[in-house]
Design a protein around this ligand. Structure first.
Ligand code: FES
Length: 72
């Protein structure tokens, strides 16, 4: 889905930018150019960033701690 019609940035591109290391709306904006023209998409772009960061945080919390092996 297009988030920013001015620059043609999609929600997938925003997610990809976060997976590649962006960790804030500001980072995503610099990396993708989203909301850099009229700014009407800023709210939706922030929402996608927030959702993606939350998903990432939750999925990382679900990763089990490394198992320690005891050799008897
Ligand atoms: S719709 Fe994103 S800057 Fe205009």
């Amino acid at each position: 889905m297009y988030v920013c019609l001015c620059t043609g940035v999609t929600d997938g591109q925003i997610r990809e930018a976060i997976y590649e290391g962006c960790c804030s709306y500001r980072d995503v904006r610099q990396a993708t150019g989203v909301a850099s023209q009229c700014g009407k998409c800023a709210c939706l772009a922030k929402q996608v960033v927030r959702e993606t960061l939350t998903e990432l945080q939750n999925s990382q919390a679900a990763i089990p701690y490394p198992v320690e092996f005891n050799v008897a």
